[in-house]
Design a protein. Sequence first.
Length: 298
Amino acid sequence: MNETHHLPSLTALRAFVTVIDTGSFTEAARRLFLTQGAISKQISLLEQHYATALLQRQHRQIRPTPAGQTLLPVAREVVQKLKEVDRQIKTRSDILSLQVYVSFAVRWLMPRLGSFYQQHPLTQLRIDSMVYEPEVLDPDSHQAYILFGRGQWPNMQAELLLPEVLSPVCSPAMRTELSGVDSLAGHTLFHTTRDYEEWVAWLDTQGIHTLAAYKHQVVDLHHLAWTAAASGLGVAIGDMALLQDELEQGRLVCPFDSQLHTGSGYWLVYPESYAEHPGLQDLLSWLREQAGGIRHTP
């Protein structure tokens, strides 16, 4: 007799574990890149296999039945061990390729990367920095990106990691010279675009619609603008998420309380065909964890 014929499918066990862990069919479907209907079907097949209900809804929450509680630790162990074996068998050809903006890499990603490797020692990353976003993203490429925008990349999957929250930043010494927004006049404002877009947007929230009263300096990277501001050379616009370390350590300060939520942000972007890469889900879960700890306060 072939006893393996009577074992439940791994897909069904994985769906069952993910529904319990997330407490939601919808979230489980998103994490496993399946439809909600497909998740429901897998749970139904598993319940048919054991001839009993495994899940129940209580006060809008999904909980395992007594039978489900018996199955859960075994199912979780099976799924986890198969993941570990899969990682161990994979070769270097499964290195996850990630392209990242220079400023994001320097200010946010690289200082935190040690914890990623501690949590996922078998996942290998190849990180390439970029100054500008590629003109075209190939949905058939084996490449993931961390891009800045509003989540609109045709034929690509995208998840928001860090929303952009802007506020002026300067050195602690310069803050004493900035008693109010009007006191910015005569100081150098640092920009990373020639249309002064970020400063224009923030000043507009303060009722200031002209930049004629200010001195201007354009640099090609946010990293340079923030370094110049920390050195007391002028005032830059800062993204609160990317400057969390500098703000906590006092190298930069926010002279004003007003913050601008722009609607843009940093996104993890990847082709759907790349979703099953063994390291991508590790990276995504770690990025969610790291981004969840960001505080957007001046």
